[in-house]
Design a protein around this ligand. Sequence first.
Ligand SMILES: Cc1cc2nc3c(=O)[nH]c(=O)nc-3n(C[C@H](O)[C@H](O)[C@H](O)COP(=O)(O)OP(=O)(O)OC[C@H]3O[C@@H](n4cnc5c(N)ncnc54)[C@H](O)[C@@H]3O)c2cc1C
Length: 391
Amino acid sequence: MRLNSLRVIIIGGATGGCAAALLLARAGARVTLCERIAQPHTVGAGIGLASNGLAVLESIGLGPALRVARPVLGGLVSNAAGRPLLRPPASAPLMHMLRRETLQRILLDAVSAEPLVETRFGTTLVEARPDGTVTVRRDGADHDEVIEADLVVGADGVHSRVREGGRFGATVRRSGLHYLRALLPAGLGQQREVWTSAGILGSFEVDDGTYLYASCNTPRLRAAVRGCDVDVLRATWRDAYAASAPLFDTIDRWQSLLVHEVTEVRCRRWWHGTLVLLGDAAHAMAPNLGQGANSALVDAAVLLHELRRAETLAEGLEAYARRRRPRVHAVARSAAALGRIGEWTGPVARGIRDRAILPVLNAMTTTGTLRRVLQEDATVLREIGRMQPAY
Ligand SMILES: Cc1cc2nc3c(=O)[nH]c(=O)nc-3n(C[C@H](O)[C@H](O)[C@H](O)COP(=O)(O)OP(=O)(O)OC[C@H]3O[C@@H](n4cnc5c(N)ncnc54)[C@H](O)[C@@H]3O)c2cc1C
């Protein structure tokens, strides 16, 4: 279908929403991008771009700006003594690590320069209906505004309000697993993930900083989170993994940490009427394969691809859901399983895992496994954004 003059409202101006806005606008759609945060530039710690997400961003011309990202071999996991546990195959693609804030700024700069995108920051979705009627409220306004759209894209994250507006058959599952994220001074990253008796810890160099993430799931770490106690956090991690000391020594305020519970979203349907979901709104997943943000980017590209190939909006949305849903769900299942075994902290369970389970997993991990994690061929993704506008 021709997208020119299609009126699109995108709710959520983060990774998935911005990418969808750029892709759809360049295909001729008139896009209104609503984001509830008034200054959405500075949130999050670090983020990893895999070859699938990177291909989408390159296709919309953001490759040069993303050269600040630091390449690292994806999937490299060792134990606290430095012995490799998970060994990615030689063909494993690189992850590119950068501040989430940097990615967000690059996307927002591109969105602001796009003539067919109108941005509305500090604007919260109140209600979206399957007939395309969208009610929003601007910060400080004393009344709601109603906008009509041909297509409403819910890129509004785990607790999506767009999802509430349609019949998506959604299940939202809180995993009970918590992780902290932080940005530390540059030069501390160990460029790998470590599985320890306190859980998972990763530290990677990002542009001008170090991205740290760590589990908060043992009783002592849970107590540290409850009491916002940096000393207990530092001591617990030092006991489990002495090499973490230089990382935690740079943290002096609990307020500099972001703590999130892993919440998984699974939807039986991804579209209803004019409403369609992408990114975390459709499929929030455990972070353990680094595919949350990357899958949101792939969603945006595939949505455009399928709309263009279809005769009608309904056909395009159905094709998008059919192509994306099974692949994303397979990755989400694997990420959750990997996260669970990474959190085994008892000595017996870790012994069995490290000596019996992981060697089998390593032997079974092939190029085909990696292809399934990446979900779509990077060449196809690169082409989608590069297609000439239809107007
Ligand atoms: C604050 C924050 C920090 C994060 N930090 C990291 C990190 O450091 N590392 C990492 O790997 N992942 C992080 N994530 C998760 C990661 O960004 C996402 O998993 C991934 O990028 C998928 O992106 P998304 O666009 O689907 O959803 P999200 O990134 O969750 O974005 C959803 C957007 O929708 C907006 N929104 C929500 N409800 C409404 C509404 N009613 N009206 C208007 N706008 C709305 C939100 O403000 C947000 O900007 C973070 C997410 C958030 C929200």
